[in-house]
Ligand binder design. Structure first.
Ligand code: F6P
Length: 384
């Protein structure tokens, strides 16, 4: 049963028009899974507009990722519902990065929670919906669940999103560029206060096991030290960099630390261990660097953890454009029957890539690649 939601009653609902309804025999679905990011709403909007305008298809929104397919929690996405979405962050469909459909926490009648495989019921519900295809907008976790469903015969295509930008299939994921803008803005602000107080300011940024946000934002904002997961850092090299700056009469420094940064021979800083239903929660990498600096020097150190600020707010122009192009391509993948593929950006062009390409391995910053070389060339210390 599809829930019909009308947000603005002054606009006639297209489904009230019998001629339109008769023509709307076909429909596709869309869900957003994993951590949210700016630009998701732009993908939803573009999917709805292209599906309706070009193919005459209805679009069903599935709420809260795969959870909505289990619970049969749907929303009819009529064009007027998406008219103001492009500039809004988050996702109007909701998301969940705990909903692993293959290890799904189910509440039993006696109140106990048991981890069960929810995929048979999800496949059943998908069949009931009778979609031409389902668009799954997600990162590596969501995309690996989608691939398992494709292998079981589901008609799914993907759109890569995550602020982490760590999906091998595409040059840029939706949400990454906005996160970088947030970090750059924060560093610009921190530069002036760090300078006034002659402090070392540590900025911990997200990105999980990839250093794209740290490296890109650090380069763009002129950070002095950037520590990324791909390069184990030697804290003595970092301290040396501060001494060099002090030697030149510059008594403050900005250090960007990716949450996944690891000291030589050390481990990731983990706030909460994961289990079958969720990944480890990273956190504390910045404080760890601060403690190590304080143990070795007299410099005054402060740490700022940007956290979910990087995931919230208005998407930047790049993400709005990318979201629109991804949505259009995803609808076309369904029209072409290219299930098991994701829309991807390659050298400036939208292309189709196999879903396995998106999940086989994480896309990481090359420690000796152009970005790292550019950073070293302008005197940024990478710790190793
Ligand atoms: O994958 C996106 C991301 O924001 C990571 O950068 C971060 O480690 C994680 O999600 C945080 O997840 P949560 O919102 O569950 O704390």
């Amino acid at each position: 049963m599809i829930l019909r939601v009308r947000c603005d009653t002054s606009i006639p609902a297209v489904t009230d028009d019998p001629a339109y309804s008769a023509a709307m025999a076909k429909r596709i679905g869309i869900l957003t899974g994993g951590g949210d990011c700016p630009g998701l709403n732009g993908v939803i909007r573009s999917v709805v507009l292209h599906a309706r305008n070009t193919y005459g298809w209805e679009v069903v929104g599935v709420r809260n990722g795969f959870e909505g397919l289990y619970e049969e929690d749907y929303v009819d996405l009529e064009p007027q519902r998406v008219s103001l979405l492009l500039s809004r962050g988050g996702t109007m469909l909701g998301s969940s990065n705990r909903a692993n459909p293959f290890a799904y926490p189910i509440k039993l009648p006696d109140g106990r929670v048991e981890i069960m495989d929810a995929s048979p019921r999800i496949l059943q519900n998908l069949a009931k919906l009778g979609l031409e295809g389902l668009i799954v907008v997600g990162g590596d976790g969501t995309m690996s669940f989608a691939k398992k469903f494709v292998d079981k015969g589901a008609k799914i295509v993907g759109v890569p999103k995550t602020i982490d930008n760590d999906l091998e299939a595409t040059d840029y994921t939706v949400g990454f560029q906005t996160a970088v803008e947030v970090v750059v803005d924060a560093i610009d602000r921190l530069q002036t206060t760090a300078e006034s107080h002659e402090r070392i300011l540590i900025v911990e940024v997200m990105g999980r096991y990839a250093g794209w946000i740290a490296m890109t934002a650090g380069l763009s904002a002129g950070a002095h030290v950037i520590l990324i997961p791909e390069i184990e850092y030697d804290i003595d090299r970092v301290v040396e960099a501060f001494h060099r700056r002090h030697g030149r009469g510059v008594s403050y420094s900005i250090v960007v630390v990716a949450e996944g940064a690891v000291p030589k021979g050390g481990e990731h800083a983990v706030l909460a261990k994961g289990d079958a239903t969720k990944q480890d929660r990273l956190g504390g990498a910045g404080e760890r660097v601060a403690a190590a600096i304080s143990a070795r020097t007299d410099y005054e150190v402060r740490t700022v953890v940007l956290g979910h600020l990087q995931r919230g707010g208005t998407p930047c122009a790049f993400d709005r454009e990318l979201a629109t192009r991804y949505g259009v391509k995803a609808v076309e993948l369904i029209a072409d029957g290219k299930f098991g593929h994701v829309a991807a950006l390659e050298k400036g062009h939208m292309v189709a890539k196999g879903m396995d390409k998106a999940i086989k391995k994480l896309k990481l910053v090359d420690p000796h690649g152009e970005l790292a070389r550019a950073a070293r060339a302008v005197g940024i210390e990478l710790g190793g």
